[in-house]
Write a protein that binds this ligand. Structure first.
Ligand code: FES
Ligand SMILES: [Fe+2]
Length: 378
């Protein structure tokens, strides 16, 4: 008979108290069990600040951006009063998606299904053919709000009305990023990658302190001083950084990855900021289901003028190559995590402290979340 292992048992199989030299990764079932993915949606993605777009997309009154967070359709829109607000993008009539475009500008939020109109502040303005409906309060049927805030170029929302402020959530990350002058960079273009792996496999791969770089990314490795690579954990972020060296080993990489240092920031749970001189890309890792994720790369440059078009495009191509190298390995790892031969893996003390921070933060959220779910069921 097949014994069904409980979620509590799966969570208990990870020891978050072990020091790095004795620690293991979170075990295989965390990456392949559908119930863990559901628990993450409820307790991680529904309670942490999540990036849904860029500030430059919602600068003017009426500009909006839409996204999905923990499976919920969300819209953020700048009001005529200049205030940025966010809502569940779900019509109060029969639940259609009100704003259907990814981003744009509107004077009213118009539901395409039966034509209900909402103001930019979410209030319900008008419902065609609704005369005679009793006990219906228009004021109580506006779009349901969610918390929204911005930091640097990014718009964040949080589905938890009790959440701590964004600035507290980001903690030391803000101070650590400040000297990089991210505000001087301008959005240029995006790439989206659909990967057949659990979202955590992508994050783990990012947080291995450069461990895989000499083996998997020969081009990138040629511009990094790998031995000097540093790893700092604080609050909910990890900064991996490396001095850079000039190299003609790989011309395209050498020409587009410049400066004294490479800066790779990860903010729990699923957002990364990567900087070189005059360059930034961000990675947003969105779980699709237990063994698929979507990663959105946004590329920013100091100069996005016509004259720089070719250079910037070449720079994105370099990023794209690194990405395709990571993609294959992430999909292999997802298959391996399901293997009966695998339990959990040990961590390199020199390289993999960031992964341990990730696993500990996640374990704390999941255990707390499961406790709440159990208390609610009692
Ligand atoms: S669902 Fe939006 S108007 Fe009916
Ligand atoms: Fe990589």
């Amino acid at each position: 008979m097949i014994r069904q292992v409980g979620v509590e048992e799966i969570l208990a199989s990870y020891n978050d108290a072990a020091p790095l030299a004795e620690a293991s990764t979170i075990p295989g079932p965390w990456y392949v069990d559908r119930r863990i993915a559901e628990l993450e949606s409820l307790t991680v993605f529904s309670k942490t600040w999540q990036v849904i777009g860029r500030v430059d997309q919602v600068e003017k009154p009426g500009q909006f951006v839409t996204a999905n967070v923990a499976g919920e359709p969300i819209v953020a829109v700048r009001g005529t009063d200049g205030q940025l607000r966010a809502f569940y993008n779900v019509c109060r009539h029969h639940a259609a998606k009100v704003v259907t475009e990814a981003c744009g500008i509107a004077s009213i939020l118009h539901c395409p299904y039966h034509g209900w109109n909402y103001g930019l502040d979410g209030s319900l303005k008008g419902m065609p053919e609704f005369d005679g409906v009793k006990n219906f309060e228009r004021q109580e049927n506006g779009l349901v709000p969610v918390l929204v805030d911005t930091w640097e170029a990014f718009v964040f929302v949080n589905l938890d009305q009790q959440a701590e402020p964004l600035r507290d959530f980001l903690g030391g990350l803000m101070k650590r990023c400040a000297p990089l002058g991210l505000a001087k960079l301008h959005y240029f273009d995006s790439r989206t990658y659909d990967i057949a792996c659990n979202w955590k496999v992508f994050v783990d791969n990012y947080l291995d302190g450069g461990y895989h770089v000499p083996h998997l990314h020969k081009g990138l490795n040629s511009v990094l001083d790998y031995k000097q690579y540093t790893i700092e954990n604080e609050d909910r972020y990890c900064l991996q950084s490396s001095p850079m060296v000039t190299s003609d080993e790989d011309a395209a990489t050498g020409a587009t990855r410049k400066g004294d240092r490479a800066w790779y920031f990860w903010q729990y749970p699923n957002f990364m900021i990567n900087c070189y001189e005059g360059y930034m890309d961000t990675n947003l890792v969105i779980p699709v289901d237990v063994d698929h994720c979507r990663v959105i790369f946004d590329f920013y440059f100091a100069d996005v003028s016509e004259a720089q078009q070719k250079y910037n495009t070449q720079s994105i191509a370099v990023g794209d190559r690194v990405q395709s190298e990571d993609l294959g390995i992430c999909e292999d790892v997802q298959r391996g995590l399901k293997s009966r031969a695998y339990g959990a893996g040990r961590l390199s003390v020199r390289r993999e402290a960031g992964e341990q921070l990730f696993h500990r933060l996640l374990a704390a959220d999941l255990k707390r979340g499961l406790g709440h779910a159990a208390a609610a069921a009692d």
